[in-house]
Design a protein around this ligand. Structure first.
Ligand code: NAD
Length: 258
């Protein structure tokens, strides 16, 4: 079997959080295109249902939508159970839901700080450990976390200390779980995208006006597209990446190279 065939995800089952739109929608569609059955997990159920229907129609795979606030332990537990029941198992997941709160540190409220850490980092602990426990007990699996280039650099000019700290935490959590589970069949990796054109950037009243400045700083002169993150996630979810664990993949058009 050739490499393209070996990279396929036929027979695998997985879920993506924050998959109603943006990066998560794109990786969920890529997983389904590669042959997997997929759950679209989001707090926005209506959009998640539309996304699931769209991907199912385009790929012919089983695609279900599940409502879940990834900051709630009870909801994440119920979601993982629903994935296992709805799809018949769990081989991979992409913990991707996230938000960005922009505020100068000396004006940021403690509530804003906690919210950003909760949605971006505590949720990844919940998703990874609850999905991971199932995978550890059921033949292994692959976990992909969305970090950010903000884990590696401090973005300018916008002030976003909580976001940056949360994403740095995602990478260290990824590496810690990878080491704990390396001999037990569960791999854990992260992706660190640069600026990507999604609602998070294009529709944000604070971030959208900065796009021209970011592009002027970017070696490529442009934002990335969600589609440019798909193949790495398909690789990580599948069986050609069995020696890849504890790795972070920076996909930023060389933004963090200087
Ligand atoms: P987006 O805003 O387009 O989509 C995020 C999705 O997550 C939405 O559907 C939203 O409903 C969902 N969500 C938010 N909070 C949730 C919660 N508590 N529970 C469940 N679902 C929730 O964002 P995006 O650009 O696609 O970002 C996806 C991930 O990629 C985030 O972790 C983000 O930090 C990261 N990221 C984005 C960029 C970028 O430039 N867009 C760059 C690097 C990293």
């Amino acid at each position: 079997m050739g490499i393209v065939e070996r990279m396929r995800l036929d027979g695998k089952k997985g879920f993506v959080t924050g998959a109603a739109r943006g990066i998560g929608k794109c990786t969920a569609r890529a997983f389904a295109e590669a042959g997997a059955d997929v759950a679209i997990v989001d707090m926005d159920l209506e959009t998640a249902e539309q996304t699931a229907a769209e991907i199912a129609a385009a790929t012919g795979r089983k695609v279900i939508a599940l409502k879940c606030d990834v900051t709630s332990e009870e909801e994440v537990k119920a979601m993982v159970e629903a994935v296992v029941e709805g799809l018949g198992g769990l081989d991979f997941c992409h913990a991707n839901a996230g938000i960005c709160i922009n505020a100068p540190a000396d004006e940021m409220t403690y509530a804003q700080w906690k919210k950003n850490i909760d949605v971006n980092l505590n949720s990844v602990f919940l998703t990874d450990t609850i999905a991971g426990k199932y995978m550890l007990a059921n033949g292994g699996g692959s976990i992909i976390n969305t970090a950010s280039m903000s884990a590696h650099i401090v973005n300018v000019p916008q002030p976003q200390c909580a976001y940056n700290a949360s994403k740095a935490g995602v990478i260290q959590l990824t590496k810690s779980l990878a080491i704990e589970w390396a001999k037990r069949g569960v791999r854990v990796n992260s992706i660190s995208p640069g600026y990507i054109g999604t609602d998070l950037t294009l529709s944000s009243p604070t971030l959208q006006p900065l796009i021209e400045k970011w592009n002027a700083m970017a070696p490529t002169g442009r934002l990335g597209k969600p589609e440019e993150l798909e193949s790495i996630c398909v690789y990580l979810a599948g069986d050609t990446s069995t020696f890849t664990t504890g790795a972070d993949f920076t996909i930023d058009g060389a933004f963090t190279c200087f």
